[in-house]
Design a protein around this ligand. Structure first.
Ligand SMILES: Cc1cc2nc3c(=O)[nH]c(=O)nc-3n(C[C@H](O)[C@H](O)[C@H](O)COP(=O)(O)OP(=O)(O)OC[C@H]3O[C@@H](n4cnc5c(N)ncnc54)[C@H](O)[C@@H]3O)c2cc1C
Length: 351
């Protein structure tokens, strides 16, 4: 086995990566964070925001510069998703699906003509969607029923897709359908569908509890004829494209979660360190700060006011009075016995 190493641990960013991350973070805090609450309430992206994402190169991060992309790397896409999700996870998922799923699939499996035609568009002004799930095939994605019937130099698509991210904004859809249901997963084929294609339409948009600005829609295909030069990869090999791109897309979703967790921590720490007790100008004591963190976290999660079964105990762990017994006797007992004794004592004195 060949081992290659640059000498730096994986957790250390290169200078370029750190600069990129800081640039995206600055953009996200200036342009996305102030809009996040209103976009979530409206259940829509601010229409000024999408052109800014394209201008910043965030919709074609690892598309080569020759096709109008930012010429970055997959890792940079993940850094961008993390920093954007720190400002708004809904914008994070928009950027994630575009870069780690659709651009990635076309770059890896598309013909050179498909790359120059479609990646140039996704880098410049076209949002893209990744369309695999159906009402009866979620985790079991290869049970999909959407049909693609060959007819001359075209494939005619019939069926529907569910829960498709970015669908309301997208102009390009990477759609998985089967050319031969009897072949099982080996019938699955990937197609590029345009919003303007006859026989294609958007169905119901889900009204979600979270990441509400991100669109999640049903797609309908009724006799939608697609030229055969829009097949991505080989006919019957769409399952491989689906598995491999989803494996990488999951890294992007991990980055999204990291951004969300960081934002929650930032908010809790900010609140806890700026809070003042009513009767005192001093920063609250440790217990109060912990309570403050907890209530900020609950507020951020929308559970304020409702008792949580997992709420931590705030009661001090230090006994007010030592359990009886000589120092020698206590020091001889095992840690388990000491804990049990101390717990018994605490519960007997609890009010
Ligand atoms: C906000 C949102 C955005 C989405 N965006 C997209 C998108 O852009 N493109 C797309 O194609 N899809 C998208 N989806 C669909 C998503 O991929 C599916 O929801 C997911 O694959 C799970 O499918 P399901 O909801 O049908 O759950 P099910 O497959 O019905 O699973 C329900 C539960 O059963 C468990 N389970 C399933 N199978 C087994 C098993 N064999 N053994 C034990 N447990 C099992 C699962 O872990 C899960 O907990 C999106 C979904 C949501 C909610």
């Amino acid at each position: 086995m060949t081992v290659t190493s640059t000498g730096a641990p994986l957790t250390v960013l290169t200078e370029d990566e750190a600069l990129f991350r800081d640039g995206v973070s600055e953009f996200a805090q200036a342009e996305i964070a102030p809009r996040a609450r209103a976009m979530d309430a409206a259940g829509r992206y601010d229409e000024d925001l999408l052109p800014k994402l394209f201008e910043m190169g965030l919709m074609g991060i690892d598309i080569p510069a020759s096709l109008g992309g930012a010429g970055g790397t997959f890792f940079q896409s993940c850094l961008a998703v993390e920093q954007i999700s720190r400002a708004d996870a809904a914008v994070g998922v928009l950027v994630d699906v575009q870069n780690t799923l659709v651009n990635n699939a076309i770059a890896k499996y598309g013909t050179s003509e498909q790359k120059s035609r479609y990646l140039a568009r996704t880098a410049a002004d076209t949002v893209a969607s990744y369309c695999l799930s159906e009402a009866g095939s979620g985790s079991d994605a290869f049970a999909l029923q959407c049909r693609a019937v060959p007819k001359g130099d075209r494939f005619v698509l019939d069926g529907h897709k569910m829960w498709i991210t970015n669908a309301a904004e997208a102009g390009l859809f990477l759609v998985f359908a089967t050319v031969d249901p009897s072949a099982g997963y080996k019938g699955i084929t990937a197609f590029l569908v345009l919003k303007s294609d006859a026989g294609f339409s958007l169905g119901k948009r889900e009204d979600k509890l979270g990441i509400r600005a991100s669109s999640t829609c049903e797609l309908l295909f009724e006799g939608c004829a697609i030229p055969s030069d829009r097949v991505v990869g080989q006919i019957g090999r769409g399952y491989k494209i689906a598995i491999e791109t989803l494996n990488e897309g999951r890294i992007g979703i991990g980055a999204q979660m990291l951004g969300v967790a960081q934002a929650a921590l930032d908010a809790a720490v900010r609140y806890a360190s700026s809070r003042r007790c009513a009767s005192s100008s001093r920063t609250p004591r440790r217990g109060s700060r912990r309570r403050a963190c907890w209530s900020t976290t609950r507020r951020a999660c929308g559970t304020r006011g409702s008792p949580s079964p997992r709420r931590p105990r705030w009661r001090s762990c230090t006994p007010r009075r030592r359990p009886s017994g000589s120092r020698r006797r206590r020091s001889r007992c095992s840690a388990g016995t000491a804990t049990r004794r101390s717990t018994r004592w605490r519960s007997s004195t609890a009010t």
